[in-house]
Design a protein around this ligand. Structure first.
Ligand code: DX5
Ligand code: ZN
Length: 222
């Protein structure tokens, strides 16, 4: 992000882990140097896939000290926010399309003492978050259409990342700018150069035999 002092955060997405061994997988990426644990919650309605809910997140909590970065791909989202907060989520990120009142969703998340995030789909413009920056702790730019791991990075989103970086810096906001989808050693440098400070990666970490090497290689691309 053009600022050598800013630490690049690596958030492995558990979506690409062995679902029969989620606790061990979370502990393994923590040992391997991950910063945050990214948890993709899908409802088969907002996105065409189904994963897990608050019970699984609650069960994982004792297995890691990592920040639980929860990405909600469910609609409606508001009725479930409290359950994810109680389950142990530290960050709760929502899509503007997942409810009628994004401002209220963010207020609710902050009110529960959690960090609030806004996720922008590839077709969602930056304007969707522009009026709620004061309530936002994280912005996640989707560089794939949400629903599945292992998809191809959508490079047209780099300009959006750069625009958001300018908005965040110009306003003096303390907001993490995350990039989610298709992150590899090949695509990470462009995402970081555009201004992202947190790389979310599933396949590029859990798809490799050596998680520590995979995380170190992603971090080194910055
Ligand atoms: C997709 C999820 C991503 C996904 C990324 O809907 O939000 O977090 O796990 O997977 P990769 O890194 O394989 O593209
Ligand atoms: Zn995600």
């Amino acid at each position: 992000m053009g600022n050598a002092a800013t630490k690049i955060l690596i958030a492995p997405s558990l979506l690409a882990a062995d679902f029969a061994r989620l606790g061990e997988e979370a502990a393994a990426v923590e040992r391997a140097g991950a910063d945050w644990l990214h948890l993709d919650v899908m409802d088969g309605h907002f996105v065409p896939n189904i994963t897990f809910g608050p019970l699984v997140i609650k069960a994982l909590k004792p297995h890691t000290r990592m920040t639980m970065d929860v990405h909600l791909m469910i609609a409606p989202v508001d009725p479930y926010i409290a359950a994810f907060a109680e389950a142990g989520a530290d960050h709760i990120s929502v899509h503007p399309e997942a409810g009628p009142h994004l401002h209220r969703s963010l207020q609710m998340i902050r009110g529960l003492g959690k960090k609030a995030g806004v996720v922008l789909n590839p077709a969602t413009p930056v304007e969707a978050v522009a009026q709620v920056l004061d309530l936002t702790d994280l912005i996640m730019v989707m560089t794939v259409n949400p629903g599945f791991g292992g998809q191809k990075f959508i490079a047209s989103q780099l300009a959006k990342i750069a625009t958001l970086r300018r908005m965040i810096d110009a306003g003096g906001h303390s907001i993490h700018l995350q990039v989610d989808g298709g992150i590899t050693r090949q695509t990470a440098p462009d995402a970081l150069a555009a201004g992202a400070d947190c790389l979310i990666a599933g396949t590029a970490i859990f798809g490799r035999p050596d998680y520590a090497a995979a995380i170190a290689e992603l971090r080194a691309t910055g």
